[in-house]
Design a binder for this molecule. Structure first.
Ligand code: ING
Length: 308
């Protein structure tokens, strides 16, 4: 008996800097309804999907910075998405800028949540691998200031029992790091969902500009195969405020094969019936960690920050 989860990957086209939450949510609702029409159980939206990718600009005004974040989830502008998803009995995941008042301080995270069919938030993840820089670099065509706007996530890589299997989340640059998938793989993950905003020009490593699409799929396909898990990668795509963002939204099987791929750089839904039992196959074969993985023999150095 297959453990099927029909998954939708809801790619978003560009979001303008002045685009209201209400307009963005109306676009998310349209994709949600399309997903319902395809019988989806779960829809994955991109990273920071409620606003434009604001880390491309230097900002100092606290009110302007805060305008890109959410103090409550769901807030009034996002509530319609939760309501409609609950009505349609469809789960979803999306990314947003989180303001969290914890320990007497206000913290800023690049966050994603997992919402089940009842409308309950069953999982939260705060981005750990923050790429780019924290200082203003006006000589560059655009900034990549995630280290300035966000703190490093403090929740680790979680795996949650939901949708009949073991669900995991990560965000964008996390997908490039093998540890991301391996930590979830060691927790038995069967489907990893993630969103990304990936410029096709990287000011700090322009030699790989023509390989952004290749590296995008290479990273996710490797993670899927080496941990025998489904991977769903969802782009915010297109020319957004003068910055060209990669598309390439895809659904990847535990074999590492791409089974669904977007054809545009706009709002576009792709979907696939994901049999979670397929993830179990190689967990009991090539990647049976207990049988074949020998970390005690790897000569792992003690993890240390900074240059070795
Ligand atoms: N974006 C990019 C990503 O990792 C980046 C940053 C782009 C790093 C291209 C390296 C090369 O896909 C985010 N938001 O992490």
């Amino acid at each position: 008996m297959a453990r099927n989860v029909t998954v939708g990957a809801a790619q978003m086209g560009p979001i303008a800097r002045n685009e209201s939450r209400q307009v963005v949510v109306s676009r998310l609702l349209e994709l949600l309804r399309q997903a319902h029409g395809r019988g989806c159980d779960l829809v994955v939206f991109p990273e920071l999907t409620l606003t434009t990718f604001f880390p491309r600009w230097w900002m100092e005004d606290p009110a302007e910075i805060e305008s890109f974040f959410e103090r409550e989830m769901p807030g009034p502008a996002v509530q319609p998405l939760f309501d409609e998803a609950k009505r349609l009995e469809i789960g979803f995941s999306f990314g947003y800028g989180e303001l969290a008042d914890e320990g007497g301080k206000t913290h800023r995270y690049n966050t994603s949540i997992l919402v089940d069919k009842s409308g309950a938030i069953v999982g939260k993840y705060r981005k750990i691998h923050l790429p780019g820089h924290a200082d203003h670099r006006p000589e560059w065509p655009f900034q990549h200031l995630e280290k300035y706007f966000f703190e490093v996530g403090d929740l680790g890589f979680g795996v949650w029992d939901a949708f009949g299997g073991k669900m995991g989340m990560c965000i964008c640059n996390d997908r490039r790091w093998p540890e991301t998938y391996r930590v979830m793989g060691l927790k038995g993950v069967e489907l990893v969902m993630l969103g990304y905003n990936t410029p096709t020009h990287i000011p700090w490593e322009p030699i790989y500009d023509d390989l952004t699409g290749f590296h995008n799929h290479l990273s996710m396909q490797s993670g899927a195969y080496q941990n025998s898990t489904w991977v769903v990668g969802v782009a915010k795509a297109g020319m957004e405020e003068g910055c060209n963002l990669l598309a390439g939204t895809c659904i990847i099987a535990p074999s590492g094969e791409i089974v669904a791929l977007t054809a545009t750089k706009d709002d576009e839904l792709i979907s696939h019936v994901c049999d979670l039992d397929l993830a179990q196959y190689n967990k009991k074969a090539m990647f049976d960690f207990a049988q074949h993985r020998r970390p005690e023999h790897y000569g792992i150095i003690t993890e240390r920050a900074g240059p070795v």
